[in-house]
Design a protein around this ligand. Structure first.
Ligand code: AMP
Length: 282
């Protein structure tokens, strides 16, 4: 595996590979790798000759009171894991490489960013879209891989790609969970023992949503109330949002129909976790 920290060097390397006719898969990450990230590597390796992973804790997507400074970082461990997983090129640029002092261009997707995490984390998706488009322009991948764990992020990126006529093919991979159901996340490391246990209420509530909708529940408010009461029953859980929306358009619906996204964001102590499930309502 080659590790590159310079944009120019990565562009030159990619150009040579493309001249050889190689297809390229890109996996943007913020590092502190876990099996969720590795599942994206597997998907990319399956469909591309070359897999490039970026690790960049992107300051532009963190709010002023968020965890940018203390976001977990482990370049040595990540390099080993990426290499073992079969990543060909690991791109680890500095903040200055991505955003030099003169930097002044940002990408905003309107509409679907005004709800869920976009509402709780003002400016978050502006930062995400900017860095992802920069990575697309640097690598010009054939395909890029994102996790369903960040369902709104995946929807926003797809919208950006469509609106800006990008040719990058977006693949969204399923959520990878711990054996007890907790969705894998780099932020899980923040949880103490009690919070870690309490956080299981997220996957439990989502499983209940699956059961209820399978048994005919199609009323959005009733389902939402039920989930709020399950999560609210856990005393360490502080709900940011519980929402049920159209899985493709992220539009709110009173009556559930078709593929619906059940998305939750909940704080346990200082740690904000997100999780979701897609249910099919007939
Ligand atoms: P992050 O490093 O948290 O920004 O995540 C990088 C990519 O990995 C994003 O596309 C995430 O959606 C994806 N990802 C993170 N956690 C998981 C998970 N548990 N399962 C699947 N994909 C994930």
């Amino acid at each position: 595996m080659r590790v590159i920290d310079s944009i120019d060097e990565l562009k030159t390397t990619v150009r040579l590979l493309k001249n050889e006719g190689k297809t390229i898969g890109l996996i943007p990450t913020m590092g502190y790798l876990h099996e969720g990230h590795i599942s994206l590597v597997k998907a990319s390796r399956h469909n591309n000759d070359i897999t490039i992973m970026s690790i960049f804790v992107n300051p532009a997507q963190f709010g002023p009171n968020e965890d940018f400074e203390k976001y977990p970082r482990d370049v040595a461990g990540d390099s080993r894991k990426a290499d073992e997983a079969g990543v060909d090129i690991l791109f680890i640029p500095s903040v200055n490489e991505m955003y030099p002092d003169s930097y002044s261009t940002y990408i905003e997707v309107l509409g679907i960013t005004d709800r869920l995490c976009g509402k709780s984390r003002q400016g978050h998706f502006k930062g995400v879209c900017t860095v992802v488009l920069k990575l697309f322009n640097i690598v010009e991948p054939d395909r890029a891989y994102f996790g369903q764990k960040d369902a709104q992020q995946a929807a926003v990126i797809k919208k950006m790609v469509k609106d800006l006529n990008s040719t990058v093919w977006i693949t969204v991979c399923p959520i990878v969970r711990e054996s007890d159901g907790l969705a894998m996340s780099s932020r899980n490391v923040y949880l103490n023992k009690e919070e870690r246990k309490a956080a299981l209420v997220l996957s439990k509530s989502l499983m209940e949503a699956v059961d209820l909708t399978a048994n005919g529940e199609a009323d959005c408010e009733r389902l939402r109330d039920r989930l709020i009461s399950i999560i609210g029953g856990e005393k360490l859980a502080d709900i940011d949002y519980v929402e049920i929306l159209d899985a493709e358009t992220l539009e709110f619906k009173e009556i559930l129909k078709g593929r619906m996204l059940v998305a939750v964001a909940v704080r346990f102590g200082k740690t904000r976790l997100i999780d979701n499930v897609v249910v099919e309502v007939n």
